[in-house]
Write a protein that binds this ligand. Structure first.
Ligand SMILES: NC(=O)c1ccc[n+]([C@@H]2O[C@H](COP(=O)([O-])OP(=O)(O)OC[C@H]3O[C@@H](n4cnc5c(N)ncnc54)[C@H](O)[C@@H]3O)[C@@H](O)[C@H]2O)c1
Length: 305
């Protein structure tokens, strides 16, 4: 079986491309930028999802089409609404059309747990539009789909647009975590490798034409996450809550009424949140202080001994 992963050079898409490879799929990555994580068994097409001809040529002979491409950041979508509509809605429609023409067995879309929450602005509206268009392609052309609604992701390959990555970096470099709001918001964090595994599991018949929620098994208040990171760093980090400012981010709960309720996929095995955060602290530390290490021990330069 051949799968094409649009946006496969990105944070989530690259992990899903690896999980597909691990599961025995032939994987093609299509992204506007080359992947820094490309495996030997994966092939790469560098291109824009808005390039319809190139997309259609790439999707030919593919059984499964994943879409992770587009503007993935709430703040960026708010600053560039027209670009978000083009890239996220038109881009997704071009992929749907290509999947329909190629007779794909499944179209998988990366939506968000917060797709019907009150905040999220243009990011949220593009996700809603994409979900509706996917349902239309199924109703009119019988294109099989699975819509994945991800919770808050963290883990390797994240960059500074990722909330947990940012918090850890701030704690490590400034001995401080500061945030607007009271930290009472509840989040369900999921390690990106667990999310990637789940994103392949949903290819079974059980999840065809379904909306699936892929999120962590532990709910946590944002402030408790900060206190956990502070404790891991030996309590030398100041946690401060600044006056709340109006923003486009989500408030207390991730859940709100959705016209299409999602089924929740719960894996039997998953990475414990505190273990996953600890691993992220190590990763961020290695990036900030790139000293050679062996089993967590820093190797000193012999000449300096
Ligand atoms: N990261 C999260 O916490 C999270 C949570 C819920 C949903 N999602 C969704 O998952 C998807 C992937 O998110 P991510 O965090 O991996 O983002 P990301 O920015 O790391 O990945 C997006 C990828 O799309 C590519 N891309 C952008 N515009 C393109 C274009 N015009 N043509 C081809 N490729 C293009 C980028 O180069 C990038 O590699 C997004 O749709 C996002 O909304 C992510």
């Amino acid at each position: 079986m051949k799968a094409i992963v649009f946006g496969g050079s990105g944070f989530l898409g690259s992990h899903v491309a690896d999980a597909l490879d691990d599961a025995g799929y032939k994987v093609v990555i299509y992204d506007i930028k080359p992947s820094a994580h490309l495996r030997k068994a994966q092939s790469m097409i560098t291109g824009d999802i808005l390039d319809q001809k190139k997309v259609e040529a790439a999707v030919k002979n593919c059984d499964i089409v994943y879409n992770f491409a587009g503007i993935a950041d709430i703040d960026e979508a708010s600053k560039r609404p027209l670009e978000s509509v083009k890239c996220n809605i038109l881009g997704n429609s071009i992929l749907l059309e290509a999947a329909r023409k190629a007779g794909a067995k499944r179209f998988v879309f990366a939506s968000s747990l917060y797709v019907y929450s009150k905040a999220g602005a243009f990011y949220r509206s593009t996700k809603q539009a994409c979900e509706l268009l996917i349902e239309n392609y199924h109703e009119v052309f019988n294109l099989p789909y699975t819509i994945l609604r991800y919770g808050s992701l963290y883990g390797p390959r994240a960059d500074d647009r990722n909330f947990i990555y940012n918090i850890i970096r701030q704690a490590l470099t400034q001995n401080r975590i500061s945030r607007h709001g009271d930290g009472e918001e509840i989040r369900e964090y999921i390690h990106v490798c667990d999310a990637a595994k789940g994103s392949v599991e949903i290819l079974s018949d059980e999840f065809v034409n379904q909306h699936v929620i892929l999120t962590g098994n532990q709910q946590m208040k944002v402030k408790d996450l900060f206190f956990m990171i502070r404790e891991m760093l030996g309590n030398n980090v100041k946690v401060e809550f600044l006056p709340s400012k109006e923003n486009t981010h989500y408030e207390i709960t991730p859940y709100s009424f959705a016209p299409k309720i999602g089924r929740r996929l719960i894996s039997k095995t998953y990475l414990d949140l505190s273990q996953g955060i600890l691993e992220s602290v190590y990763d961020a530390y290695k990036q900030i202080s790139p000293l050679p290490t062996c089993d967590g021990m820093v190797i000193k330069d012999k000449k300096k001994r």
